[in-house]
Design a protein around this ligand. Structure first.
Ligand SMILES: NC(=O)c1ccc[n+]([C@@H]2O[C@H](COP(=O)([O-])OP(=O)(O)OC[C@H]3O[C@@H](n4cnc5c(N)ncnc54)[C@H](O)[C@@H]3O)[C@@H](O)[C@H]2O)c1
Length: 304
């Protein structure tokens, strides 16, 4: 489903407070600029070593007095809680959360040559870190965002909003970047699994799935991609999509693919494809199964 981003939504930024993780560089820093240039307060939440980079971003903003850096590792619950509380103390509330921080492995996770002197395969600790930051860190950000922004659901669409930065790797696995792909598929799981609670608590949760965007994590091949003449993003293009989807009161549970000139909504369109993907019979069965869970008050959890 093609998407037209409504630039008029930027007027909704004024006076809002936006907390952005991984905001010191790349897509996060570009998102900071989009919101702050349109009058929003911004919290640049990033790792301590990125403090100078974040402060440099703040110096170049349209409204530097409406921006603060907070040092945080999103995997650390206490640090992230303190980050939300500091943001609320400074600006009075948090209205929008952009769960953007993410990392990619630097060595292939399925490297079967990574063996010790006895030929035993070595554990890949980096894969664990990728899954921790991209999945556990995003879950932490999502839960705290819901906690600090929950409100009465609004009939015209809530102004409180969480935007998860997913990836084309949330839908496709062809590049074989195993831990990253698995973690970004997980982000899509968070998007889908959080919708009921989000609606009950007056928060909209959506996602963006960028394709190649020249930043730190794609530096190893961005030039060759360019030479191949493939569609590519700029951080600003992705940031604009992030901001406008986060601000759009009509979007709930959407994920928008951003690949250069291509902008596509992927979740509603996937639901519409169920009959041709699964067949009418399985689609009907799945719908009845969902009604069953609703009728018993949700999935009944096992006791341990
Ligand atoms: N660049 C692309 O082509 C592309 C494509 C699809 C999705 N994405 C996603 O976009 C997001 C931003 O990535 P980017 O391309 O701007 O890369 P980047 O490396 O420039 O930025 C990532 C930021 O996240 C921060 N970060 C990493 N771990 C953190 C942690 N534990 N706690 C707090 N902050 C942490 C980093 O310090 C950095 O500032 C990521 O989630 C990435 O997976 C990027």
């Amino acid at each position: 489903m093609a998407v037209n981003l409504d630039q008029a939504l930027f007027s909704q930024s004024t006076g809002k407070t936006v907390l952005i993780t991984g905001a010191a560089r790349g897509i996060g820093a570009a998102t900071v600029r989009q919101f702050n240039n349109h009058g929003a307060n911004v919290i640049l939440a990033d790792l301590t070593p990125l403090k100078d980079a974040a402060e440099e971003v703040i110096r170049t903003l349209a409204h530097p007095d409406r921006a603060i850096f907070i040092s945080v590792n999103i995997v650390n619950w206490a640090e992230l809680t303190a980050c939300f509380e500091e943001a609320i103390t400074k600006f009075g509330s948090v209205d929008i959360v952009i769960a953007n921080a993410g990392i990619m492995e630097s060595h292939p996770v399925l490297d079967l040559d990574a063996v010790d002197e006895n030929g035993r395969l070595l554990e890949n600790e980096e894969a664990g870190r990728v899954i921790d930051v991209n999945l556990k860190g995003t879950l932490n950000t999502l839960r705290l965002g819901l906690h600090y922004m929950k409100s009465k659901p609004e009939p015209k669409g809530s102004t409180k909003s969480i935007l998860l930065v997913a990836s084309t790797s949330s839908y496709f696995g062809g590049t074989g970047v195993t831990a990253y792909i698995a973690s970004k598929h997980g982000v899509l799981g968070l998007l889908r699994a959080s919708q009921i609670v989000a609606r009950e608590n007056g928060v909209r949760i959506n996602a963006i799935a960028p394709f190649l965007t020249p930043t730190h994590i794609t530096a190893g091949f961005a030039k060759r991609w360019d030479e191949a003449g493939l569609e590519k993003n700029t951080p600003d293009r992705v940031a604009e999509a992030i901001a406008l989807v986060a601000l759009d009161p009509e979007r709930q549970g959407n994920c928008v693919l951003v690949a250069g000139k291509y902008l596509r909504e992927l979740e509603d369109s996937r639901t519409k494809l169920f009959p041709s993907w699964l067949g009418e019979d399985v689609t009907g069965f799945m719908a009845k199964a969902m009604q069953f869970f609703v009728s018993i008050g949700g999935y009944v959890l096992p006791k341990y």
